[in-house]
Design a binder for this molecule. Structure first.
Ligand SMILES: C[S@@+](CC[C@H](N)C(=O)[O-])C[C@H]1O[C@@H](n2cnc3c(N)ncnc32)[C@H](O)[C@@H]1O
Length: 286
């Protein structure tokens, strides 16, 4: 960690807390571990995702497995108002692409949190490749339990993952706890239609169709709440392409990882669980 950053941006010591939730988080983590391990082996998956999920509109060295475009990422950074030397926390960082991109753009330090050890390992390799290992750190945790001290973060971000949190109210309380007064949380994720996910694992556990009232109820001041352009077409195209390439993906990624992405693709295309994909930004009162 660089020592010339302001006090608020000093990266706190890594928590030794293990990921302790049972059930939902373990299910998701095991699936993502297999996917992150398989990604370097599958040009087909990486190509499908890049072309369809974000239309190639994100720098390749910060590639990700969400739907984030460069325009959306820039909008998020504008709203977060991060400054050089600030501490940014990316919750559900996965292999670290969007968080590291944001750290490079702003000069912020980064802590990435995810329950997937394989995702975190990939994020550390990427940080080193892009020359950001000195001001980034990646550690196990979840939305509800980041393991970070009170008031440590100048900003919190999360990309295409919050719909998986099994207790969103607890997650909001955690955002509030780890933000400094005046700090902001910004996320892109899917609003979930509860009627369509009744009994469905993970998405059906705590479906939320309106994150603005949840943010407000947690004591955060909502500053932006916007539907992201073109999301439905990109979701459909990406998951259709995954279904079409099922055989090649099984060969390249291995049965387990391919089955995971195929299950998510089939569920998304058939159930249509998402009302909208939104970008939300809210501030902790000063
Ligand atoms: C679609 S991926 C997105 C990863 C990354 N943000 C990106 O854009 O590439 C979803 C991520 O959410 C993480 N995740 C799932 N449930 C979580 C939870 N309860 N708390 C924190 N992260 C979670 C997964 O491990 C996975 O890395």
């Amino acid at each position: 960690m660089s020592t010339n950053v302001p006090h608020s941006a000093q990266v706190p010591p890594e928590s030794t807390d293990a990921v302790t939730e049972t059930g939902v988080v373990e299910t998701v983590r095991d699936g993502y571990d297999a996917v992150y391990d398989a990604l370097p082996r599958s040009d087909t998956f990486n190509g499908i995702w890049r072309t369809n999920a974000y239309r190639g509109e994100f720098p390749a060295e910060f590639a990700h497995i969400g739907f984030l475009t460069l325009a959306e990422a820039r909008r998020l950074l504008d709203l977060l108002e991060l400054a050089d030397g600030d501490l940014l926390v990316d919750v559900a960082c996965g292999a670290g692409g969007p968080g590291l991109w944001a750290a490079r753009e702003t000069g912020a330090s980064l802590i990435g949190i995810d329950p997937s050890a394989a995702g975190l390992a990939a994020a550390r390799r990427r940080a080193s490749r892009v020359g950001l290992d000195e001001r980034s750190r990646f550690q196990l945790g979840t939305f509800e339990h980041t393991g970070l001290p009170d008031g440590a973060a100048d900003a919190v971000m999360s990309i295409d993952a919050f719909q998986y949190a099994p207790d969103k109210q607890a997650a909001m309380a955690e955002f509030l706890r780890i933000l400094r007064p005046g700090g902001r949380v910004g996320f892109l994720c899917f609003e979930v239609d509860a009627r369509r996910v009744e009994g469905v694992p993970v998405l059906g556990v705590d479906p939320v169709a309106d994150y603005a009232s949840l943010l407000d109820g947690a004591g955060l001041t909502v500053e932006a709440y916007e539907e992201t352009p073109g999301w439905a077409e990109r979701v459909q195209a990406a998951f259709d392409a995954v279904v079409d390439a099922a055989d090649v993906l099984a060969t390249e990624m291995g049965e387990r990882a391919a089955a995971g992405v195929l299950a998510e693709a089939t569920l998304t295309v058939e159930l249509k669980p998402y009302r909208r994909r939104i970008l939300a930004v809210a501030a902790k009162p000063t």
